[in-house]
Design a protein around this ligand. Sequence first.
Ligand code: PGA
Length: 253
Amino acid sequence: MRKPVIAGNWKMYKTVADAVDTALAIKRLVANANHCDVVIAPVFTALKTVVDRLEGSNIRVAAQNCSTEVEEGAHTGEVAAFMLREVGVSYVIVGHSERRQFYFETDTMVRRKVLAAISSGLTAVMCVGESLAQRDQGIAEPVVSGQLSGGLSGLTASDLDRIIVAYEPVWAIGTGRTATPEQAQVMHAFIRRVFAERYSEEAAQALRILYGGSVKPENIAGLMSKADIDGALVGGASLKAESFAQIVNYKNG
Ligand code: PGA
């Protein structure tokens, strides 16, 4: 069975002190959560402190981005995946729609970041998702399959256990407008089929596919009841320890 993942993407919020406060509060509130992997993604400057303060807990730490470059070098402003690994980071979010939209990340850059993450021992949480215009035009599936092929070309079947896919329809991010569990399920099943065709049925069945876009304590259980939804990437509702913990503990809610 696939173990669910509930991940909080803190985006560009929280000072180091705020990040530590929230992380420690989450730690208390999710201490008994064994049914899923719990992940939080603070800003770069808070990563090491948060990792250190969470040592021995059931929470893992993600970065929100990494360099396309694998080796150190003259790349002003970049942080390499192996440097994230060095400070105890376990996951990295790659290809978030905000990075694609506002920082012009292409599928080729996403692919290089995924490869850098994997070769450095991180798990890549690769984000895909269509815009509202693309959904309205009826091209959501080709858009997502294009992002998957672009982002994952060059990967071998053995790399796949270090890949998590997050389906985040752009129209649902930060808008309060969640995809219905049925809409999300249709796309998740499609993503799994793409993996089955590209790799193998076994790899597809093992792949964890998270939903992201206005996930809240009120809608997590409905989403998690769907066969192909294996967790959530949570933005706004992950910023407060209580609401994030409620999402993590959706089973008891
Ligand atoms: P949201 O963000 O939950 O605030 O919609 C999700 C994300 O961007 O990962």
